[in-house]
Design a protein around this ligand. Structure first.
Ligand code: CDT
Length: 321
């Protein structure tokens, strides 16, 4: 059985508020065709790939933005994407805003087989930003208002390997990769919409690209998995979104990377057997992990400085040994 895949990271340029689904789906189909020309088995689209990043705006009436959500997948407008992928024999990963039949809203991604079947669905666990209107910001980040959080990281048997999904802010948390890694994940697919400007601490703006790769490369290496991180990039409704979509090997090395902030597909050969180089040596979890020492990771949310630690005190009383 071959465990070698060709994967396309299908970065999108901006999607403006008045771009309709038909226009966007045509762009996604163009990516699929380029992916086919490059013999891709799987094409990875970003987070919220069908619409503009609408959580940048506040509305008193949350239902005013319901038209940005998909109530079925595929909808009539998205069906041509599924049809084209099936015709080309390419699988894909797609992020979108999901509205369930009982009115729950999620930031969701799906993994679709080469036959057009939905193999897996993931709902974003780590929702960043804020819940309330914060008009002082240049733009808002209201994911915590528009979405409910998902509650599990799952893996799926697909493309001859073990595949997991995460969405945007999830990639900054080491727990994401480790929970996937503990399920044997060999390929993590991650879409993102990351504003370059971070209003609570603009000193981070110049580091946005560095941090993006830092977290994904670390996650790949520390868990012996491939990571494909794909952006919606460029100037969207006046907000600059980071590019830098990349395909990262289990060594932590970037093997392909986009160079623009527009629609751009880069591809790479992904050998899933390379994961074993790390999973069975340095990161042999069975042999080396010490879960009994890691208890605060699941029992605690915030920081709890142990009693007796005097912050700022430099005297010798705190020294041991
Ligand atoms: N879409 C998304 O999760 N973006 C966040 C922005 C963080 S600032 C609120 C990210 O982590 O890239």
């Amino acid at each position: 059985m071959t465990r070698v895949l060709k994967i396309g990271a299908a970065q999108l340029g901006p999607i403006q508020r008045d771009n309709n689904r038909k226009e966007v789906v045509e762009r996604l189909i163009a990516h699929l065709n380029q992916g086919a020309a490059e013999s891709c088995d799987l094409v990875v689209f970003p987070e919220l790939a069908l619409t503009t990043f609408f959580p940048r705006w506040w509305s008193e009436n949350i239902a005013e933005f319901d038209h940005f959500f998909e109530t079925e997948m595929p909808s009539q407008e998205v069906q041509p994407l599924f049809d084209e992928a099936k015709k080309l024999g390419i699988g894909f990963h797609l992020g979108y805003a999901e509205m369930t039949s009982d009115g729950h809203r999620y930031n969701t991604s799906i993994l679709v087989s080469k036959n057009g079947d939905i193999l897996g669905k993931y709902r974003k666990v780590h929702l960043p930003g804020h819940e309330e209107n914060e008009p002082w910001r240049t733009f808002q980040h209201l994911e915590r208002y528009y979405f409910e959080p998902g509650n599990e990281f799952k893996v799926f048997g697909a493309f001859n390997g073990v595949v997991g999904m995460a969405i945007c802010n999830d990639r900054r948390w080491s727990e994401t990769y480790r929970v996937l890694g503990l399920q044997g994940c060999e390929l993590a697919l991650i879409g993102y919409n990351t504003p370059v400007h971070y209003p609570p601490d603009p000193s981070q703006d110049v580091l946005a690209g560095f941090h993006n790769h830092l977290v994904m490369q670390s996650g790949a290496y520390q868990n012996g998995m491939w990571v494909v991180g794909v952006a919606k990039a460029g100037n969207e409704e006046g907000c600059d979104l980071l590019g830098g979509s990349s395909i990262i090997a289990p060594s932590g090395e970037i093997v392909a990377q986009c160079s623009t902030v527009e629609d751009e597909l880069v591809s790479a050969v992904v050998d899933l057997d390379m994961c074993a180089n790390y999973k069975e040596t340095l990161f042999d979890f069975d042999r080396y992990r010490r879960p009994e020492v890691y208890k605060p990771i699941t029992s605690q949310v915030g920081v709890e400085i142990p009693e007796g630690i005097e912050v700022g005190e430099q005297d010798d009383e705190n020294l041991e040994g």
